[in-house]
Design a protein around this ligand. Structure first.
Ligand code: FAD
Length: 408
């Protein structure tokens, strides 16, 4: 049996950041990654807050030098309505810009940065079983040739994303409160010639008739865009079964999106991902903690996934360091509670998005600059900043403001 101090499952953003942070504190870290990088992942629009963790892990210069598309905000369109949020105009502290990234390159860059800092990463190795009953955690690992071995560790961090390794193996999965939604998406050569189109922002478009159906358009730095549509599974029953035909038809329905994409070259296979919202009974247990998507994934609408993944990685790495140093850690109060504060802020706005109330607030927010700034801070990822009234009392504020918007 091999023995390591910490094993991290998965080399995505949560695994790369957590492993680098632990290595920087002098720990022996092994990352086990099922795939080989670069590999495709969805989730290409970053929030500014996630760069705080990239910086903490010593990776910011490399990310800044990589030539990713600069991003300074988010824009929303619905029919002929258009509004945008500039991260420079947000409430409170924090960065004003971030990037829109092809995740294949971004995730490889982070993992390579972790490796450069001394983290051992084994690609093509899957964790297939876990035992936390002993003093040390024991993981069974399968190589691509089918051979298996065991590794023990004092602590395991699960950053396996949609693989949800420990929730599956330890029966921690619990259904999400959100309905089953499905995303259909691709990359296009966009050929957008509208001089007013702002490539520095993600464009979120609401379907003209179905307010629960929305699209993302995420420009990259190479003349290409990520394009996707999100709707409840049942909505697709009346759409073309072939995925490209389905996405092309739906993308032609909102007038602004249709105008922008009139010259687009559809050169990449269209994909779908369904049932991605997930939840767990517990975020930690004896000698393990769950990071990022391996724990809970809400919804893609506010691009919060990578930020939550990195936030959890940073919190967990600090606590693992203290625990390995002999401290007794109360993981509920030191990890789950503070992490869930931000997750629950995003949850309130995701719920408000789909019941229409937050959509109303977004399109009416031009009327009140203070409210706009507070919402902008959340869209930038600062969902943990309790100084922001729209964080501290997310549900109540959203209800009151949306009622005022309805009156207006
Ligand atoms: P991942 O990035 O999924 O990495 C997990 C890694 O673990 C993978 O490389 C995988 O190969 C590996 N793994 C899995 N199983 C095993 C195993 N058994 N053994 C070893 N390794 C294993 N987020 C954003 O921030 N912005 C967006 O714009 C955005 N858009 C999204 C759109 C959609 C439709 C969806 C569904 C999600 C979107 N997200 C977005 C969320 C984002 O994709 C995730 O939150 C993010 O990738 C989570 O990072 P992670 O490190 O937790 O997991």
């Amino acid at each position: 049996m091999q023995t390591r101090e910490v094993v991290v499952i998965g080399a995505g953003p949560s695994g790369a950041i957590a492993s680098a942070l632990l290595k920087r504190q002098g720990h022996d870290v092994l990352v086990l990654e099922r795939q080989h990088f670069p590999r495709f992942s969805i989730g290409e629009s970053l929030l500014t807050h996630c760069l705080d963790f990239v910086e903490e892990a010593g990776m910011l210069p490399a990310v800044e030098a990589a030539g990713f598309q600069f991003k300074n905000g988010a824009a929303f369109s619905w029919g002929e309505r258009y509004t945008d949020f500039d991260f420079g105009d947000k409430f409170g502290h924090g960065r004003d810009s971030t990037f829109q990234v092809q995740r294949a390159s971004f995730d490889k860059l982070l993992a390579d940065q972790a490796a450069l800092q001394g983290v051992a990463i084994r690609y093509g190795e899957s964790v297939i079983a876990a035992d936390f009953s002993g003093a040390q955690a024991a993981l069974r690992v399968q190589r691509e040739d089918g051979s298996e071995y065991e590794v023990s560790a004092q602590f395991v961090l699960d950053g396996s994303g949609y693989g949800r390794v420990l929730p599956r193996l330890l029966d921690l999965d619990t259904p999400s409160a959100f309905p089953n939604r499905c995303a259909v998406f691709t990359h296009i050569e966009d050929r957008i010639d509208d001089p007013d189109f702002d490539r520095n922002k993600i464009l979120i478009t609401i379907h003209p008739e179905h307010r629960g159906v929305w699209y993302w358009l995420i420009p990259f730095s190479n003349g290409r865009c990520s394009l996707g549509v999100v709707a409840e599974e049942s909505f697709y029953r009346d759409q073309p079964a072939e995925l490209q035909a389905c996405l092309q038809k739906l993308a032609s329905e909102p007038p602004m999106l249709a105008r922008l994409l009139k010259n687009a070259v559809w050169d990449t296979p269209v994909n779908r991902q369904a049932g991605y919202s997930a939840n767990v009974k517990a975020l930690h247990g004896r000698n393990f903690a769950l990071l990022g998507n391996a724990a809970e994934f809400l919804d893609p609408v506010f691009s919060s996934g990578v930020t939550i993944a990195m936030h959890s990685a940073s919190l967990a790495a600090g606590l693992v360091h203290r625990q390995l140093g002999g401290e007794q850690i109360d993981w509920d109060s030191a990890f789950s509670t503070p992490l869930m504060r931000g997750v629950n802020t995003f949850r309130a706005y995701v719920e408000g998005w789909y019941d229409g109330s937050f959509q109303n607030v977004i399109f009416q927010s031009e009327r009140n600059n203070e409210i706009k700034k507070m919402i902008c801070a959340i869209l930038a990822g600062y969902a943990w900043n309790a100084d922001n009234p729209f964080v501290a009392e997310a549900k109540r504020r959203l209800r009151v403001v949306s009622e005022l918007c309805a009156l207006a």
